[in-house]
Design a protein around this ligand. Structure first.
Ligand SMILES: Cc1cc2nc3c(=O)[nH]c(=O)nc-3n(C[C@H](O)[C@H](O)[C@H](O)COP(=O)(O)OP(=O)(O)OC[C@H]3O[C@@H](n4cnc5c(N)ncnc54)[C@H](O)[C@@H]3O)c2cc1C
Length: 447
């Protein structure tokens, strides 16, 4: 190394800057960023190989191309930026590491609670009472950095709290929503079963049977996000007597309830999904969600949260696009940044088209949700369409990065893998398509 060191140049540099300080900066800067800085500095003195000097400033990376942020109120915009800052500072630096280890970073929970973003759209019970649009924007911001952390948040704020908010009695809401809003109690939502996924409306096998003031639950649930460590388990079960689906809030450590982590996932690895086993689990009537008397109650919860999943798809696409655009501006081949090549620009513009169309679709969907006119088919169309576009977008991002696109350290690989789970959960593309198909034709094609 010393053979190659030009002491003359080093002396020149030492006259201009503190060399020790410079070395500290260099040693503490991630290699990817350092290379980008060197290339940018180089670009200031050349235009990529033709010898003509240029001081070209590259445009800032912006995945909100139609400036939807300008449509938010100052309060909403401040909340968006607060959550973005949290995700970039607290989650981004550790996301690949925890994803690789298939572990959940519990240390982020208190700071996440401080955002006061849980239950953002709900009124009362310590919740901020903002809007579903705000909820969607926050889902997008989270997934832009990491869809797993976004999903953890969505299970808590949407599926679990939403079940209590929409289906609980006043007393139940007063009891459980405030501690969940502060994330003192973590929830999970158990609907899917090992043998019954898309068909839970008709084929749910977990049962409940009333015995005096107690219900006895038996069955299994699968895929349940947060289940391995949740304090409160929302469990849906079919009443053996009425054949109707009922909802329960079961406290951790209730005898007969057991959760086990699902190992070996290749998507959303930070989210801890689990099996839940119910073996003669006795639950008091006061823990039965008092407004949930048919499967329609479950569908009401899913309608509300499905819009959020469509927003996740937007965020996941944005994150992948931003990573690969940065790469296109710095990675050089044939003596130029690859962003100079027409086919690379074509990929980037197609990605941006997908992002912008799904962003605007979700924005309108949330406005309809806030106006109380969003129906199942509206949420289903957005969930199906946005997740298809997301899968395409993250695939293009991976393609643009060549071999580096499959390395976890470059993040885009994580987005590609996570997109697969977002594509399938909360109703597969087929199920959501059938919901829209039934609505527009008047014929139900469900079998
Ligand atoms: C990472 C992750 C997290 C999840 N988190 C939760 C959670 O927290 N809580 C929870 O309750 N569930 C959760 N789920 C479950 C999720 O909602 C289900 O995976 C989903 O509903 C699909 O069910 P399935 O996987 O059993 O697929 P299946 O229902 O077995 O479907 C298999 C395939 O057949 C297709 N298919 C099925 N029926 C039809 C039909 N009639 N017509 C056409 N095609 C059909 C499906 O579209 C799919 O392509 C999660 C899943 C994943 C992967």
């Amino acid at each position: 190394m010393f053979d190659k060191l030009d002491f003359g140049k080093a002396m020149e540099v030492a006259k201009r800057v503190d060399l020790n300080q410079l070395m500290d900066v260099v040693l503490n800067t991630p290699p990817e960023m350092l290379q980008a800085l060197i290339k940018q500095a180089g670009a200031a003195g050349s235009n990529g190989g033709n010898g003509k000097p240029t001081t070209k400033q590259l445009p800032a990376i912006n995945s909100d191309f139609y400036d939807l942020a300008s449509l938010l109120s100052p309060e909403e915009r401040a909340m968006q930026l607060k959550v973005r800052k949290f995700m970039e500072e607290e989650v981004q630096p550790i996301a690949n590491e925890y994803w690789g280890r298939d572990e959940f970073p519990f240390q982020i929970v208190p700071k996440m609670a401080e955002l006061n973003a849980v239950g953002i759209a709900y009124k009362g019970y310590g919740c901020p009472g903002m809007s579903f649009l705000m909820e969607g924007i926050l889902a997008m911001e989270m997934a832009r950095v990491d869809s797993s952390v976004g999903t953890f948040f969505g299970v808590q704020s949407g599926l679990s709290m939403g079940s209590i908010y929409l289906c609980g009695s006043e007393e139940q809401k007063q009891k459980w929503l405030p501690p969940m809003q502060k994330m003192e109690k973590i929830g999970c939502f158990g609907l899917t079963e090992p043998e019954v996924g898309s068909g839970t409306a008709r084929g749910m096998m977990t049962t409940c049977k009333r015995e005096g003031d107690t219900w006895v639950l038996n069955g299994k649930k699968k895929w349940i996000g947060n289940a391995p460590f949740a304090d409160l388990h929302i469990i849906w079960a079919r009443d053996e007597d009425s054949n109707q689906v009922k909802g329960f809030v079961i406290e951790k450590d209730t005898p007969g309830l057991r959760a086990k982590k699902i190992e070996g996932k290749i998507a959303l690895r930070i989210v801890q999904n689990g099996y839940i086993y119910l073996e003669n689990c006795r639950v008091p009537e006061e823990n039965r969600l008092q407004q949930a008397n048919t499967f329609g109650a479950t569908a009401k919860v899913l309608r509300m949260t499905r819009a959020g999943v469509a927003w996740f798809a937007v965020g996941c696409s944005m994150g992948a696009y931003e990573h690969c655009l940065r790469y296109a501006q710095t990675r050089q081949q044939f003596g130029k940044e690859i962003g100079n090549f027409q086919m690379v620009q074509d990929l980037l513009v197609k990605m941006l088209g997908n992002i912008t169309s799904t962003q605007t679709m979700c924005f309108r969907l949330s406005q309809m949700q806030d106006a109380g006119v969003m129906k199942d088919e509206h949420a289903s169309l957005a969930k199906a369409f946005c997740t298809v576009r997301m899968r395409e977008t993250v695939g293009w991002a991976r393609e643009l990065m060549g071999g580096n696109g499959i390395l976890l350290e470059n993040s885009v690989a994580r987005f590609v893998a996570d997109a697969e789970a977002i594509y399938s959960y909360e109703g597969t593309r087929e199920m959501n398509t059938l919901i829209v198909g039934r609505s527009i034709t008047g014929f139900s094609a469900f079998v």
